[in-house]
Design a protein around this ligand. Structure first.
Ligand code: PEP
Ligand code: MN
Length: 339
């Protein structure tokens, strides 16, 4: 059920509807929008009777939702969500650029890369402290020491920090140091972790699972939102196919597909999406051209020495060139509104 309030509904009227929903043992999710406020209802097993709300003051209509998701959908919120992290945004007019190493390896490495990321004008710095590696013998990340380095990067360069939490304990730690929590492809359907992220005060970057259909991905985001965290950023990072020329097949059609369904910002990861250095810039360009709200790019000061994902890491020079190119494309694809 979705309750759409009239454009001139007062805050008190919205609060009355929220109370009525709560009294039924359900959860109300009010989403103020530019035109009107809509209130999503979750927690019901069967259909909710719309007549309970239809005649309440300020209510325009009560709509039964037939799709499997509610809170992520454009029905609830017709305009795009802009995720704000301090003065930086994802989903707004500006192209969001998140860049940094796959893993934080040392203070010197993290700082050398952060310097270039800052210089490029990007607002967000990525770097894993907890790494989900296919092999148990591969570098697993520096753990909390890595998070401390990331916090220093924020202090020094003013970049917003995004880093992955692999489990609930890791999330407690990540919350202490980061600005955005990354949930990795391998955890897209870790439902207890999704719920935990939904109770976080930090925005969540939700990567698409490597075998996930769009609906499954949307429902994973719904898990987070249903717990009350509405700051979710979706990230297309490629899926498994029979193609062998890339690490994953970057599904750029997912961007317009998601746009049709959801108000959430969606970004592209051409690094994991291709796994190959020489493909990252072309696919980053394409990601921006199909309308992504941003990019997440792996960069390294010495890619041949990287402890993880070196083959897809851009050099600092390549990264600088990429930013220049994608900004030019973004200006054409999403021109600033005429004021
Ligand atoms: C990463 O961003 O370094 C990562 C492990 O990504 P994914 O979960 O998409 O594989
Ligand atoms: Mn990586």
């Amino acid at each position: 059920m979705l309750i759409v309030m009239k454009a001139d509904a007062t805050e008190l009227e919205v609060a009355d509807v929220v109370r009525a929903v709560t009294e039924m043992g359900l959860r109300a999710h009010p989403m103020p929008g530019a035109q009107r406020t809509a209130i999503g209802i979750t927690g019901n097993q069967g259909a909710v009777d719309p007549s309970r709300f239809e005649n309440m003051p300020g209510v325009a209509e009560a709509i039964r939702v037939t799709k499997p998701y509610k809170l992520i959908s454009l029905d609830l919120r017709p305009e795009k969500t802009v995720v704000r992290v301090g003065d930086a945004t994802i989903g707004g007019d500006e192209l969001a650029i998140i860049a940094g190493p796959c893993a934080v390896e040392s203070r010197a490495q993290a700082f050398a890369i952060a310097e270039a990321v800052r210089r490029s004008g990007a607002r967000f710095y990525r770097g894993g402290a907890f790494k989900p590696r296919t092999s148990p013998y591969a570098f697993q990340g520096l753990g909390e020491e890595g998070l401390k380095i990331l916090a220093e990067v924020r202090e020094t360069y003013g970049l917003k920090i995004i880093t992955e939490a692999m489990d609930e304990h890791g999330m407690d730690l990540v919350e202490r140091y980061a600005d955005i929590i990354q949930l990795g492809a391998r955890n897209m359907q870790n439902f207890s972790l999704l719920r935990r992220a939904g109770r976080s005060h930090l925005p969540v970057l939700l990567k698409r699972g490597m075998a996930a259909m769009i609906d499954e991905w949307m429902l994973a985001a719904e898990y987070i939102m249903a717990e009350g965290n509405y700051n979710v950023i979706l990230c297309e990072r490629g899926v498994r196919t029979f193609a062998q020329h890339t690490r994953n097949t970057l599904d750029l059609a997912a961007i317009p597909a998601v746009r049709r369904i959801s108000h959430l910002p969606v970004i592209v990861d051409p690094s994991h999406g291709t796994g190959k250095n020489f493909m990252v810039t072309p696919l980053a360009r394409a990601g921006v051209a199909v309308g992504a709200d941003g990019l997440i790019i792996e960069v390294h000061d010495q890619p041949d020495r990287a402890l993880s994902d070196g083959a897809q890491a851009l050099t600092l020079e390549q990264y600088e060139q990429l930013v220049y190119e994608v900004r030019a494309i973004h200006e054409v694809v999403a021109p600033a509104p005429v004021s």
